[in-house]
Ligand binder design. Structure first.
Ligand SMILES: [Mg+2]
Length: 176
């Protein structure tokens, strides 16, 4: 199946996203309108310490007006490959480095209105580096035992989708 772009109206171009209203032609020859948030893509990393604990970050998320516990994550810079981005974001947000990042697949977060894709990694063999979060990114490290993190996905303490996806994939693959 496919939909053919007929025309595009760019409503807003910001630092991290572009909002467009696209007119498309469907396969049944009917026209429709798609409101789309175009996004550069991102990475998320599950850092696992040698004692089996995992490193999460707590941040205030303005769009939903509350704090969330999440895996470290960040947007791809222009022309940045996901693995390099994952190494960079891991160190910037947690202060830990790793050369042992394993790719765990990619997810589309909200395909109903955005092309945002997040590439998932698990990081092991962590060593101390330098935490250096962005100036507009206030975050607090939260070290949680892996069993506790899994149960937090079920009891509603962890509700961030990329975080649940990564923890469940890692659990199913036997990494945690
Ligand atoms: Mg981030």
């Amino acid at each position: 199946m496919s939909e053919k772009l007929l025309s595009r109206q760019e409503i807003f171009r910001g630092k991290i996203l572009t909002l467009c209203v696209d007119e498309v032609l469907l396969e049944n020859n009917k026209k429709s309108v798609r409101e789309v948030v175009y996004h550069p893509g991102a990475v998320a990393i599950l850092p696992i310490l040698n004692d089996g604990c995992i490193i999460l970050v707590k941040q205030f998320r303005y769009p939903i007006g509350r704090e969330l516990l999440e895996v470290p994550a960040g947007k791809l810079d222009r022309n940045e490959d996901p693995l390099s981005c994952a190494k960079r974001e891991l160190e910037e947000e947690t202060g830990y480095k790793s050369e042992s990042l394993e790719y765990f697949g990619s997810i589309y977060t909200t395909p109903g209105f955005s092309n945002e894709q997040i590439h998932l990694y698990v990081a092991t063999n962590l060593t101390k580096g330098h935490q250096n979060p962005d100036e507009d990114e206030l975050l607090y490290i939260s070290v949680v035992h892996q069993e506790k993190a899994i149960s937090m996905c079920f009891n509603g303490e962890i509700v961030d989708a990329k975080t649940i996806a990564l923890i469940m994939l890692a659990h199913k693959k036997g990494v945690i």
